[in-house]
Design a protein around this ligand. Structure first.
Ligand code: TK8
Length: 333
């Protein structure tokens, strides 16, 4: 019995003297964003950090930069590819020049609800897109949510697509969005997110489109008068990591980052779900005139937009478009 006690004591001494979290190094991981900290991405980053603290004993630290402080989506993504920045939470849309298949998410009215988007993004289809990102030096840790996009403007309420006639609408740097809005009669202008507020303020543009939480947290309501629930596209956020840097991390560090990005994703999506209504109420309280489209007008807008699918199918990859449509057809059965 004495021997057993002595042995146990010896073992626990060894266990205690083994360096804790030996597979982890002290690392500061810069994550940039174009949106502000009070956007649900802030909640996601917080949850991801908590998870990393537990898994790495506090060694892996996220250092978030908000409001485009480290450059816009495209610029930050290029910094990842050249290995000078660790991570970015970016919209997929400005990256179609790097990975054309990402354009699939820009197709107008592709997803009917968030659940469809989650099934596609978190499943086999999302993995296929991730392989294409990996091939250009980008590790997508998880699909976070930007969300369903709605139109805001300073000219008039939009109750049918014809109301967009001549409206100067800012779109992301993306040909599919450009064509979608040109086709609806708008005068679409591609622009980086960081320039949108002042362009709206100076009336260089009349309109922009983003989810309610962004219209709220980026304060677009201060320089806009009308918001229309168009739900014309659901765009994801990608939590991208520089592959060049990721490859220098231990397998334990890599899997902690992957797992915790999923924890952060779930929190971020949940908070968007809750905040959407609140954000809409807030912007209305701030004086925004809000309207929805009638089901008939929504349908007309959707049907009018179908030409965009044919026009961009080849450049996205016909196989990619066919695949997402067949998955969606299965879900909708
Ligand atoms: C923020 C962007 C933004 C996007 C856009 O960096 O550009 O309109 O919706 O959220 O990613």
């Amino acid at each position: 019995r004495k021997l057993l006690l002595a042995t146990t004591a010896a073992i626990s001494t060894i266990a205690m003297s083994a360096p804790a979290f030996a597979d982890f190094q002290d690392r500061t991981i810069r994550v940039s964003n174009g949106i502000n900290q009070d956007h649900p991405v802030g909640n996601g980053i917080e949850a991801m950090q908590k998870c990393l603290d537990e898994k790495s004993g506090g060694k892996l630290k996220l250092q978030a930069f908000w409001g485009g402080a480290l450059g816009g989506d495209l610029q930050a993504t290029q910094a990842l590819r050249s290995g000078v920045q660790e991570a970015v939470v970016t919209s997929s849309s400005p990256l179609v020049g790097i990975v054309p298949a990402l354009g699939v998410f820009d197709l107008p009215f592709l997803f009917a609800n968030a659940q469809e988007a989650y099934t596609v993004l978190d499943g086999e289809f999302g993995d296929m897109i991730n392989e294409k990102l990996d091939a250009v030096g980008l590790v997508n840790l998880a699909y976070w949510e930007n969300g369903f996009r709605n139109l805001s403007n300073s000219v008039r309420p939009v109750t049918k697509w014809e109301d967009m006639e001549g409206m100067k609408v800012r779109v992301m740097q993306n040909n599919i969005f450009l064509d979608t809005f040109q086709n609806l009669g708008a005068n679409a202008t591609p622009m980086a997110f960081g320039e949108v507020f002042s362009a709206l303020e100076t009336k260089t543009i009349d309109a922009q489109e983003n989810p309610y939480v962004t219209i709220d947290t980026s304060k677009f309501f201060e320089v806009q008068k009308y918001v229309t629930e168009t739900n014309h596209a659901y765009t994801p956020f990608l939590f991208l990591f520089s592959k060049a840097i990721f490859n220098t991390y231990s397998p334990e560090e890599q899997s902690a980052l992957r797992d915790c990005a999923v924890v952060g994703r779930d929190v971020e999506r949940k908070v968007i779900g809750e905040l959407n209504k609140e954000s809409l109420k807030k912007i209305e309280d701030e004086g925004i005139k809000f309207n929805t489209l009638s089901p008939e007008e929504h349908k007309r807008m959707l049907e009018k937009s179908q030409v965009v699918y044919e026009k961009h199918k080849d450049e996205i990859g016909a196989d990619v478009v066919d695949k997402v449509q067949s998955i969606l057809a299965d879900i909708r059965k």
